[in-house]
Design a protein around this ligand. Structure first.
Ligand SMILES: *[C@@H]1O[C@H](CO)[C@@H](O)[C@H](O)[C@H]1NC(C)=O
Ligand SMILES: *[C@@H]1O[C@H](CO)[C@@H](O)[C@H](O)[C@H]1NC(C)=O
Length: 473
């Protein structure tokens, strides 16, 4: 089985490994040697020295710039920001799991589940988000949007911000300055079940203009006019794009101008651009705040041989999400003994906005057991929020960690990049970046931390998701 992480090794690690391999037995290749330094993101962003393919449908991905949460290298303050990131991540997961919970299908997804994180941390779309720039209107204004495979509806903050707009980096879009903006009227066919299914909220009506509302958690939402506008991606222009022109927007969306919904619903960006892009997109998420990733629309079929595919599954109760079949895991080259039914019970989605991968409790226990065994020589540190396997690496300059692999149907193995295995709060609190679900029936989530540096290909038209060695760092 080809472990993808082999390919994404930084050259110096490869060199070290080759050196080691020529003298030692091959089990060494089941480990990564990483420097402690690499676990700490460098916030002073070095601007775009990297050459990007200038294909029209390729957008640069950046980490939300307010997300440069810098872990401290001292043990004194367990950085509030890492704690906050984890709590906000849990808030997103709670929202997703409530939507997919079989027990609470008929009720409002936001009321059904007790959310366990403190209220003052806010309820957000999630903190581990990535942004891309999309042009809106005529003449066009470029806006930074959080791209989100876990939601369908695209919205931006709009003047006159009747109720409220949060602070954003770009000037707030003003539809009255655009020649191509129109409101969708309440009698439009779209202002009904279609909009409802994209937003999970019944549309309203204000002086004959259709009003949408979308909520991501208790305190994070956007409400405004349902509109049609011309949008521009590179050279590609889409004249009749349906979106939300937000008049009341609150929550932790950072300084972004809104959200680009890449779910599967008929109103999602992917569906609305399907005639051009054929329901296909891919991304490579950068591991560091200073690095640039790529979000590419359209198919790159024929795919390189290094890309391995797993079937994309559908579930009627979770129409917007991308389900796939996680069937097993490996640690340090050994496949964990986890029964397939453990993963099958709640199913698994892949999500661009959840940071930490969530596993069924039994799968997490197996992973933790094997990981702790492989890491036995390092002292444990304090748990951090949802993460219970943390190490104190004070005094170490490099560490050796076991490789982690995820197996998807029909048996492809996707390696987790070394930077996707651990998350650092401080040098004395570096944690295994996986977490258990509370309930064996909750959906598992393949999070973005474990997707870094992979090319993740959503071939929605052909119902498959592919993983290849990434084109970003
Ligand atoms: C962060 O990056 C900048 C520029 O890339 C560099 O000058 C600086 O030394 C780096 N800082 C750390 C702590 O690595
Ligand atoms: C859209 O509808 C709202 C509410 O009816 C109205 O205030 C606004 O002027 C309309 N915008 C345009 C561009 O027609």
């Amino acid at each position: 089985m080809n472990n993808l992480s082999t390919i994404s090794f930084p050259p110096f690690v490869l060199l070290m490994l080759c050196f080691t391999l020529s003298f030692q037995s091959s089990h060494q290749s089941h480990h990564h040697v990483i420097s402690i330094h690499s676990l700490f993101p460098n916030c002073s962003s070095s601007k775009g020295t990297k050459k990007l393919s200038q294909s029209p449908s390729t957008l640069e991905i950046h980490q939300r710039h307010d997300l440069c949460w810098q872990p401290t290298s001292s043990s004194s303050d367990t950085t509030k920001s890492t704690q906050q990131l984890l709590e906000e991540d849990q808030s997103r997961v709670d929202t997703i799991q409530a939507k997919l919970s079989k027990k609470s299908k008929k009720q409002d997804p936001f009321q059904t589940k007790k959310i366990t994180v403190p209220v003052q941390s806010g309820r957000s779309l999630g903190t581990g988000n990535y942004v891309v720039r999309v042009g809106f209107g005529t003449p066009k204004s470029d806006l930074s949007l959080i791209f989100d495979t876990g939601s369908d509806f695209t919205w931006i903050q709009c003047e006159p911000c009747v109720k409220a707009c949060y602070d954003q980096q770009d000037p707030v879009f003003n539809p009255s300055n655009s020649k191509s903006y129109t409101n969708v009227t309440c009698d439009s066919q779209l202002c009904g079940p279609k909009l409802r299914s994209a937003t999970s909220a019944t549309p309203g009506c204000a002086s004959s203009t259709c009003v949408y509302g979308i909520q991501y958690g208790d305190q994070s939402f956007s409400v405004g006019y349902f509109g049609v506008e011309t949008i521009t991606l590179g050279q590609d222009v889409f004249p009749n794009f349906y979106f939300g022109c937000g008049q009341n927007n609150q929550g932790l969306f950072g300084k972004s101008a809104g959200v680009l919904g890449l779910g599967r619903n008929s109103l999602s960006f992917v569906s609305q651009t399907a005639t051009k892009y054929g329901n296909a997109f891919s991304y490579c998420l950068p591991a560091a705040a200073s690095a640039t990733g790529l979000l590419k629309f359209g198919s790159s079929n024929p795919y390189p041989r290094t890309v391995k595919f797993t079937p994309m599954l559908s579930r009627s109760d979770g129409a917007s999400f991308y389900f796939l079949d996680l069937i097993g895991m490996s640690v340090g080259g050994y496949k964990l003994g986890i029964s397939g039914s453990v993963f099958a019970t709640g199913g698994t989605i892949i999500d661009s906005g959840t940071v930490i991968t969530r596993l069924p409790p039994a799968a997490y226990e197996a992973l933790r057991g094997a990981f702790r065994k492989a890491m036995a020589k390092y002292p444990l540190g304090k748990p951090a929020s949802i993460l219970d396997t943390c190490y104190d690496f004070t005094g170490y300059s490099t560490i050796t960690i076991p490789k982690i692999g995820l197996f998807f149907r029909p048996g492809i193995e996707v390696g987790v990049d070394p930077l996707g295995v651990l998350i650092a709060a401080s040098v004395s609190q570096v944690c295994l970046a996986f977490a258990p679900n509370g309930d064996p029936g909750d959906v598992g989530i393949y999070g973005n931390k474990q997707q870094v540096k992979l090319d993740v290909i959503y071939d929605v038209g052909n119902s498959k998701i592919g993983f290849g060695p990434g084109s970003c760092n």
